[in-house]
Write a new protein. Structure first.
Length: 230
């Protein structure tokens, strides 16, 4: 088996090399085959070039010049991946690469088909968040519970067996692709592994009102989809 780890990027030049180094430090001792796929939305700041320098043989950089968006970048990475296990995390360091072995373990021992890195199970945390951000995140996950029992359905870090999404029509308009996979994916077992979310140390956040509206639209589409399956 092999892990394909997808990192979507846009203007992450200052973040991509440190995160790749941390991933290699976490995975190399495992002697487990892996590749890193950086999917860059044609960043003008030189992210792709910095990523190529950081990878030196451990992965590839895919530069997209006609498509944009976090969800579509992750799915395009999955489509181009060689691994039987797929995973994704952010380039900004908010998801600790040091936890990747913990995220992989349930998949490797057969305890889960899908693993969600969770801020909202025992042991999980959000560091240095404002009250407003905590409220919005908690509210989003509260409403997501109408679609899935998972506590952190809006997580940007997750790992799965390729079979979970093979042939599944996923909507790339959604910002929270984990929610899409939780609802539509072919998984019998899913588990949440706690982690501590860290605010980015470099670059600018992509969060904004547009993300909130996109999430509401995604929720509506998924409810309609679920009704059509009955």
């Amino acid at each position: 088996m092999k892990l394909s780890l997808v990192i979507p990027t846009y203007n992450e030049r200052d973040s991509i090399q440190p995160i790749v180094a941390r991933i290699r430090t976490a995975l190399d001792p495992l002697k487990f085959p892996y590749e890193i796929l950086v999917v860059d939305d044609d960043s003008p700041d030189g992210t792709a070039e910095a990523a190529r320098e950081a990878l030196w043989g451990s992965g590839r950089v895919l530069v997209r010049r006609e498509r944009r968006g976090l969800a579509s970048a992750i799915l395009e990475g999955f489509e181009n991946a060689a691994g039987e296990i797929l995973g994704t995390l952010d380039a900004d360091g908010s998801h600790p690469p040091e936890k990747i072995p913990d995220f992989l373990n349930p998949l490797l021992v057969g305890n889960a088909d899908l693993v969600i890195a969770s801020r909202y199970v025992l042991g999980g945390d959000t560091v240095d968040w404002t009250c407003a951000r905590r409220f919005l995140s908690r509210t989003a996950n509260f409403f997501a519970r109408s679609l899935t029992p998972v506590h952190d359905a809006t997580s940007g870090c997750f790992f799965l067996k390729r079979s979970v999404i093979a042939g599944v029509p996923l909507n790339i308009q959604g910002f929270k692709i984990a929610l899409e996979i939780l609802v539509k994916g072919r998984h019998r077992t899913c588990c949440e592994i706690p982690y501590s979310f860290q605010n980015r140390r470099a670059g600018l956040s992509k969060m904004g009102l547009g993300v909130g509206f996109s999430f509401l639209a995604q929720m509506a589409r998924l409810h309609v989809w679920r009704l059509q399956q009955r």
